[in-house]
Design a protein around this ligand. Sequence first.
Ligand code: AG3
Length: 273
Amino acid sequence: MHIWFTENQTEDVSLGLRVQSVLWHENTAYQELAVLDTAAYGRMLTLDGAVQTTIADEFVYHEMITHVPLSLHLNPKKVAVIGGGDGGSIREILKHPSVEEAHLIEIDDKVVAAAKRFFPEISVSLDHDKAFVHYTDGIAWVKEASNYDVIIVDSTDPVGPAEGLFKPEFYQSIFNALGEHGIMVAQSESPFLHPHLVQRVFHGVRSAFPTTRLYLASVPTYPSGLWSFTMGVKGEMATQVRPELFDMITRYWTPKLQQSCFILPRFIEDLVR
Ligand code: AG3
């Protein structure tokens, strides 16, 4: 069969994936959600036509958005994910023995429902007794939150429901919701295709946090394949990966990669100078 999914990543670039079957399609209260079985990357979740996750490469993004901040925190116990309704970030957070509570703040319950039905490998930990799912707007939620150790912004692109998650006021609310040595991370798009967004997030986080760092990982199904994450740190950070994390089971993150992912190519260093 020759059915192709195309994501128009910019006006000039698209990604095409051959589709074996369409498993689900709906217009939720917030966005258009689809689950497609792709020949190259297995099952894939899309929101408003943008690839969110695929079975073949989700581990890169989910491990890197969680293990990097969690292993830099001195003792992460209380963690929240804003967005991330597929549950992949919660699954990774719960690999950390110190974590007592992992909260998921997702505006669209239909994303969680689709993840539970079609992506059991990704959503597997959403029913864990340390996982708490809240169906609410992340911007309002974070204003009431306090004493979190790590807050992860696992959002879609800054159009539609996620727009407010890219604003400096939001990073300031996250700063206030974090405890003394709190750390935040936001997915911050592609240095090749969205340099202005990389800068927007970096400068926004820097306006709220004393320390801001950018790091990279390679996610083949996201625009350009090279993805960035922006971290804001409130206080002290761990200087070494804690010994109990050395045997955590991962496929992308390693204690060595933890050190190297902050080393940036010059054009990206220049972007966030
Ligand atoms: N959130 C990041 C999606 C950004 C991808 N952008 C795109 N395809 N245009 C992923 C959610 C995974 N938990």
